[in-house]
Design a protein. Structure first.
Length: 81
């Protein structure tokens, strides 16, 4: 992120907020802090919130729980913008 602060980025970027190699489901508050870090240096309309990679190494329930948590964090971030 520091690099984007020094060298402005003009395109959209997919910002990974979840480590797909972890079985831990991050709560929306943790993901929200990661989103805020991105929005400190990037414009909201540039940022797409995503896992850091595909979810195929997670169980179906882990993937669903994580995606629900991510969506909750995104909804809250949008509400506060």
């Amino acid at each position: 992120l520091a690099m984007f602060g020094k060298h402005p980025f003009t395109k959209d970027i997919s910002f990974g907020v979840y480590d797909v190699h972890s079985h831990k489901v991050d709560p929306p508050e943790v993901i929200g802090r990661r989103i805020k870090k991105a929005l400190a240096v990037l414009k909201p309309e540039q940022v797409w919130i995503d896992p850091d990679c595909g979810l195929k190494t997670r169980t179906v329930q882990e993937a669903v729980d994580q995606l629900v948590s991510m969506q909750t964090a995104v909804t809250e971030a949008r509400r506060t913008l």
